[in-house]
Design a protein around this ligand. Structure first.
Ligand SMILES: Nc1ncnc2c1ncn2[C@@H]1O[C@H](COP(=O)(O)OP(=O)(O)O)[C@@H](O)[C@H]1O
Ligand SMILES: [Mg+2]
Length: 363
């Protein structure tokens, strides 16, 4: 279903998918303003602590309840370019400062509404733009004037700031606990930069959501959580005073890594030993999966033809490059597959030339 709104002049505006349309000049302007206003109107009712919530239902029927402007806008299947721009405003505000998304869209909607009035009174759009520009500069100056500096040791004030941003969210009831955690976490990672000011890299704070329990079970861990499954069932579940290696890249080598993992060997120890020995020039070094150790494979009588290894490298590279060159997947509407009996037959898995859903034609 498409959401349709009409401008004062009775022009229909589609903001959700439906056919294509072309608009020019004055009409395009009116059309854009109407679409942007419609988006603003949608999220306006969510603004502030007394705002209403929206239930977002996905195409597979999953429901999310939220009043967060950017969450709502991201989920909406908005088609109109001007409506999309409004969604982008919310996204960029969210990326930059993490709050104020609904306000930014509502504010933009209000500016456009006023502009529409002025355009109807034959004020030239560039004059309106200049006016808005000057007003924005003035507003920013005023904000600077009425703002106050916050001492990082003033925890009470910091908690009030955190709580205000939560007031309008579903978690507002739990804001006393959550604001404390938010402030403690932020102070924990804050770093002094040139003298007095502090800088916080939010990437140093990780929020891990766990199903079950309640918000009251939320804890701040001053350390690191590596939420990973144990590599092998035989590995210990608890290690005290462990030495931990943090490797900031994938252990890509795969084949030996997969061999080691399949043999129940420790992948990190094995790869480290393998690389050390190979770097020292022990060229036949590999993974002896029978005796679960790193060993000289020549001595273990594990020998393979060069042609096999060569072909593995050639074919794998070719396939990877072929996939990497694809920048578009176009589903053809015509099926070349012969009609087959239901539940089998009819082209078969991987049957070349089976059309989309049966196989892949390579030309
Ligand atoms: N307790 C409160 N009383 C009045 N206004 C509040 C309160 N808490 C937040 N607000 C106001 O609500 C607005 C933010 O609402 P919110 O739904 O969080 O939208 P946004 O996505 O723009 O942050 C701001 O204008 C803020 O000043
Ligand atoms: Mg907010």
């Amino acid at each position: 279903m498409a959401t349709v709104q009409t401008t004062a002049g009775g022009i229909p505006v589609l903001i959700l998918k439906e056919g294509t349309k072309e608009n020019k000049g004055r009409e395009a302007q009116k059309n854009n303003i109407a679409a942007a206003k419609l988006v603003a109107a949608m999220v306006k009712t969510c603004l502030g602590p007394r705002g209403m919530d929206k239930m977002l239902v996905s195409s597979i029927g999953d429901a999310t309840i939220t009043n967060d402007g950017v969450t709502i806008l991201k989920e909406m299947d908005v088609e109109h370019p001007a409506a999309k721009m409004m969604v982008e405003i919310a996204k960029s505000v969210d990326n930059e400062v993490g709050d104020g998304t609904t306000s930014s869209v509502v504010f933009a909607g209000a500016l456009l509404e006023k502009a529409e009035d002025l355009i109807n009174k034959h004020v030239y759009p560039s004059v309106i733009v200049d006016g808005y520009d000057a007003a924005s500069k003035q507003a920013l100056k005023l904000l600077q004037k009425i703002s106050i500096k916050v001492d990082v040791e003033d925890k009470e004030l910091l908690m009030k700031i955190a709580r205000t941003s939560m007031y309008s969210k579903l978690v507002s009831e739990d804001s006393p606990i959550l604001s404390q955690i938010a402030v403690d976490a932020t102070k924990q990672v804050a770093e002094k930069v040139d003298g007095d000011s502090l800088s916080v890299d939010l990437d140093n704070i990780k929020v891990e959501k766990k199903a079950g329990g309640s918000i009251h079970d939320t804890k701040l861990i001053k350390g690191m959580i590596l939420d990973k499954e144990v590599v092998h069932t035989g590995k210990p579940k608890r290690i005290e005073k462990a030495k931990i290696a943090l490797i900031n890249s994938a252990l890509v080598n795969s084949i030996p890594l997969a061999l080691a993992e399949n043999a129940g060997m420790d992948p990190i120890d094995t790869m480290t030993e393998l690389r050390t020995k190979q770097n020292k020039g022990a060229k036949w070094t590999g993974i002896d999966v029978r005796n679960t150790k790193v060993a000289d494979m020549f001595k273990q009588d594990v020998l393979e033809p060069l042609a096999v290894k060569e072909q593995i490298i050639k074919s794998a590279t070719e396939a990877a490059c072929m996939l990497l060159r694809i920048d578009d997947v176009i589903a053809s509407s015509k099926s070349k597959m012969p009609a087959g009996p239901p539940g089998g037959g009819g082209g078969g898995m991987g049957g070349m030339g089976g059309g989309y859903g049966g196989g892949v034609d390579m030309e």
